[in-house]
Ligand binder design. Structure first.
Ligand SMILES: CC(C)(COP(=O)([O-])OP(=O)(O)OC[C@H]1O[C@@H](n2cnc3c(N)ncnc32)[C@H](O)[C@@H]1OP(=O)(O)O)[C@@H](O)C(=O)NCCC(=O)NCCSC(=O)/C=C/C[N+](C)(C)C
Length: 279
């Protein structure tokens, strides 16, 4: 059977509870080829069902995080429009839904995903990072909702998730104009948590954060991820109801005892993995 972590686009490694997914198409600025779209959901699903994985870092090899959609592949997509209009529209909708599912994969994982961003982060790159839990970047990162510059509205997550992460008026400006924006602007708007000196430093910081998360109760971390995403999409009242039900069912005396016992002794608590099939 083929290893689900094997990919022509990504290099994946797992150590001490942290998975590192690296985009590895550096010669083309990690532009998103068909292998990106096919492999990301498969890799995310495989890591998510690995009980030993407790946090994920995603980064890019080479000079850039990602230049977004591979423009050569995009030409191929456009050829669909040469078909009978109804069928072409049907096929295009199906394709966009497939691309959306790929980029929703980080959000749908039980474990947090941290994006370590450097260089260019354009177009599909913004879709990708807005589906992650946490974003860190380098001072030289250049972001852009680039789709308007190729004559289209972003359609795989940016316009839906980004206004929930920062001021909608600013998102509109960036999406309408397609102007690139800096790391300082991104930090000022709260879409990135911190700026680091260079690629090595941002990846090291992301891996350090991932280690801290990996040392926490994986059940509690999964509960937090689910609650924050639920709260984003529902009212406060519904969110409070959701977390009450979650904790009523999922709060584990074992984890509480271990966490509190270790805290009293100023030690690091050790928590059991989630079951392999816990999803
Ligand atoms: C700023 C960029 C990314 C990098 O600039 P640079 O000066 O550092 O490097 P260079 O321009 O020489 O690029 C290195 C090689 O990478 C190739 N490249 C770059 N971007 C792409 C791309 N998007 N697709 C394919 N190949 C790309 C470039 O041709 C060089 O290859 P060679 O050495 O010539 O063989 C700068 O490259 C840049 O601005 N790139 C364009 C970015 C762009 O317009 N991206 C599209 C964004 S729109 C999008 O993502 C839409 C998504 C919607 N959806 C998902 C639904 C399709």
């Amino acid at each position: 059977m083929t290893d689900p972590l094997t990919s022509t686009f990504f290099a994946v490694s797992v150590a001490d509870g942290v998975a590192h997914i690296e985009m590895d198409n550096a010669a083309k600025a990690n532009s998103m080829t068909p292998a990106f779209w096919d492999d990301l959901p498969r890799i995310a699903a495989a890591l998510d069902t690995d009980p030993g994985v407790r946090c994920v870092v995603i980064s890019g090899r080479g000079k850039h995080f990602t230049a977004g959609m591979d423009l050569a592949a995009f030409q191929g997509i456009m050829e669909l429009t040469g078909q009978e209009p109804g069928r072409a529209a049907y096929a295009m909708r199906k394709l966009v839904l497939k691309l959306q599912a790929s980029l929703s994969a980080p959000e749908e994982m039980r474990v947090p995903v941290i994006a370590a961003i450097h260089g260019a982060c354009l177009g599909g790159g913004i879709d990708l990072i807005t589906a992650c839990d946490v974003r860190l970047c380098t001072g030289d990162t250049s972001f852009g909702i680039e789709e308007i510059n190729i004559g289209m509205a972003a359609d795989v997550g940016t316009l839906q998730r980004m206004p929930k992460l920062m001021a909608p008026g600013v998102v509109r400006e960036l999406a309408y104009t397609g102007r690139r924006f800096s790391a300082d602007e991104a930090k000022g708007w709260g879409i990135v948590n911190a700026i680091h000196a260079d690629r090595d430093a941002v990846i090291a910081a992301a891996l350090d954060m991932a280690q801290l998360i990996a040392a926490r109760s994986p059940l509690a971390v999964a509960g937090i991820k689910q609650a924050v995403t639920y709260a984003r999409d529902h009212s406060v009242t519904d969110g409070l109801d959701q977390i009450a039900t979650w904790n009523a069912g999922m709060l584990r005396p074992d984890d509480l005892t271990r966490a509190m016992g270790a805290k009293m002794k100023q030690q690091q608590a050790l928590f059991d993995d989630l079951l392999a099939d816990a999803g």
